[in-house]
Design a protein around this ligand. Sequence first.
Ligand code: ZN
Ligand code: ZN
Length: 170
Amino acid sequence: MKYNLTQLVSQKVNEVVVDSILTLTKDDELSKNDSYKLAPVMVTGAIKMNGRNFSLDLHYESKWTFLCGRCLDETEYVIEGDIERSIVKERNDAEDDLVYVESAVIDLYDVIYNAIVLNLPQQVICDDNCKGLCPDCGVNLNAGTCTCVKDDIDPRFAKLKNLFTHDEEV
Ligand SMILES: [Zn+2]
Ligand SMILES: [Zn+2]
């Protein structure tokens, strides 16, 4: 995703329009979760002059497929966000938010990739009410019930039960 800034510098244009569909390669961070299915990312926005430097203003959007963190069903998730950065021609290690450009051509791939990876949710669930899988038999409890006996004892009775158990041991 390379953009030439020459016309911007020579003030032939006011902005370089970014309107592109980006396909991310599944490497590094994204390979940590094999369940991601990556759809292409739509990126729109512009690069403008800002004094001696440039400003980058982007919006990205895509729909990815994850496995639900509770029931493991495939779940579509909207990946979306804004990226605002200053692009500078001289490196300044003191500021993380700056993008450094060496030549008249800037490649935005890394900027977008990093922004998306930073914004990825820790866990995606298919529904707030997802019941997940039975820890004993593995049945998807959204689809039906299982016959596992649940040891749901009222905490007040649990104390009593412990008492009796204790007595028996004496
Ligand atoms: Zn689920
Ligand atoms: Zn079960």
